[in-house]
Design a protein around this ligand. Structure first.
Ligand SMILES: [Zn+2]
Length: 161
């Protein structure tokens, strides 16, 4: 790491970045307005801003995926309604169609949530590890029960990998 970037540590860095991205003011005007040297401005724009924009895009993608899940939930409810109506009317081919559509939506939503948190695992989550430690500690006066719990935990798929 070289020396600190005058723009990155600037109290109004968000405003500066926005001004650069919007591209309405010239480099010189932005530099004058925020009292930064054109060199710092140039260096920041070239070396630091792109990474920040990529980060912002990632955040935006996660938000979009989230709202896609919301949309899927709305569709799932619609399919549910169609299924119920078709059942009542005993139009079995429409029932089957709705069931197929529901299955497809479930597959889609699990795909989206899998993309959101591909590495998510309950077993590796800090909450689970805390709970597990508490259980094993609480059982220390009962060595037999304790070793049974430990054994049971070990037989869980993915445990201790
Ligand atoms: Zn910078």
């Amino acid at each position: 790491m070289g020396r600190l970037c005058a723009v990155c540590v600037h109290p109004e860095v968000e405003k500066i970045d926005t001004a650069i991205v919007e591209g309405e003011s010239s480099l010189r005007r932005i530099s004058q307005h925020f009292k930064i040297s054109p060199y710092s401005h140039y260096r920041h724009r070239k070396n630091h801003l792109p990474a920040k924009l990529v980060q912002a895009k990632k955040v935006q993608e996660v938000i979009e995926a989230d709202s896609n899940i919301d949309r899927l939930l709305v569709l799932q409810k619609e399919v549910q309604k169609i299924l119920e109506a078709a059942k009542e009317a005993r139009t079995w081919h429409i029932c089957l169609e709705a069931v197929r559509e529901a299955a497809r939506l479930i597959e889609l939503s699990s795909k989206i949530s899998g993309e959101l948190r591909p590495e998510f695992s309950v077993i590796l989550s800090p909450q689970f590890i805390t709970i597990q430690t508490a259980i094993i500690e609480a059982l220390s006066p009962f060595p037999e029960a304790r070793s049974k719990v430990v054994e049971a935990l070990k037989s869980v798929e993915g445990y201790g990998e």
